[in-house]
Design a protein around this ligand. Sequence first.
Ligand code: ACO
Length: 427
Amino acid sequence: MTNKTLTLTDNQTGKTAELDLLEGTHGPGCISLKNIYKDTGYFTYDPGYSMTGSCKSGITFINGEEGILLHRGYPIDQLAEKSSYLEVCYLLLYGELPDKTQFDHFSDTIKMHTMVHENIRDFISGFRYDAHPMAMLVGTVGALSSFYHDSLDINDPKHREISAHRLIAKLPTIASYCYRHHRGLPFMYPDNNLSYVENFLQLMFAVPAQSYQQNPVAAKALEVMLILHADHEQNASTSTVRLAGSSGANPFASIAAGVASLWGPAHGGANEAVINMLEAIEQSGETIETTIARAKDKNDPFRLMGFGHRVYKNFDPRAKIIAKLCHELLDELDGDQPLFKLARELEEATLADEYFQERRLYPNVDFYSGIILRALDIPMNMFTVMFAMARTVGWISHWSEMHSDPEYRIGRPRQIYTGHAKRDYPG
Ligand code: ACO
């Protein structure tokens, strides 16, 4: 809080409200609305809450104008270059980077929880053969609460911590089972001799009949992808987790709510839209020039998927990192496939184009993540599952932070009622 206030005056009644101005470490200040109803008789109206700070948080900072993303103060490019995904998990959860002993202990703890109860395997097997992997994921994460009655006391920090560890550890196992059930493949058991990412690749792609060959380039690409998607402040799914959890709902139910929110195409589905667009361009035989001309034509609703961002009006810092990775991966794996060639040409052409330059429309993280996941042989209906797996640590860190915040209250927005005025039942 600062000593500054803002005075709001109602011109009709002359009533005034003194509103405190709050400031964080970085970023624009906020007007505290705590007393606004008491002093003026008004609520505020902010559809989509895009002008509303819903909480105080020390986890992630974004400056979209300057293209900055910090986790616990550390720039994302430094974390992507120097850290592992599990180390970033520790940082998000506990607020500091771990020393070697802390990291080894954390890593061992996560490994201890990678297996799931055999009944969860049966539970996943019970889904229809053609169930969407996200449908299975949302159901299975919610179902975890029926397996862990021993640690559902949200007021006990130890219980909250165990739930966080279980979620981080089990998500790769569950995500892979969602994929394998869909494909009719047998479920593999986790291998705790492997790194978090290698274990996931093995769970996804190994078959019991032969040993699985890890590809270090693929593992590195996936590691960085997970780091880049680990948290992104108060986005729709994170806010959903906080809102669901604010009623006291258990962590598994709260995270399942986040998975459901992520499922929407306006949130987690953008990278899938990129591949759909590239395939459509390829099949239609359109050229890069005509595609770009369509994207610029205001009479054509077509937009280039994977370009532009609501928050980042500069190069998305995650996109810079992932672009480099994407190029390395394509060189190594499937460099000359037509789809990837098309993606590279489109990227080059838009970066050189005045329309995109003037509007500061850069390729966003989803442009590259879709291409990377495709190159890793991850099917499109698993893209959002991958995102959910990476973001689980962000969700549970925010959920935990909320429960240790003395100002936390149940989330309960207001409304402007536009229905009928009070009327009497006829007759
Ligand atoms: N292709 C062509 N033109 C575009 C694109 C695009 N992808 N994105 C924005 N523009 C143009 C708009 O037509 C507008 O032009 P004008 O000033 O001549 O009218 C200008 O750029 C500004 O566009 P807005 O819609 O006002 O930008 P906004 O910030 O509201 O939209 C959004 C951001 C929704 C992401 C948009 O860029 C878009 O639709 N992109 C494609 C979808 C996509 O990739 N979504 C994933 C985003 S990443 C994420 O959410 C995790």
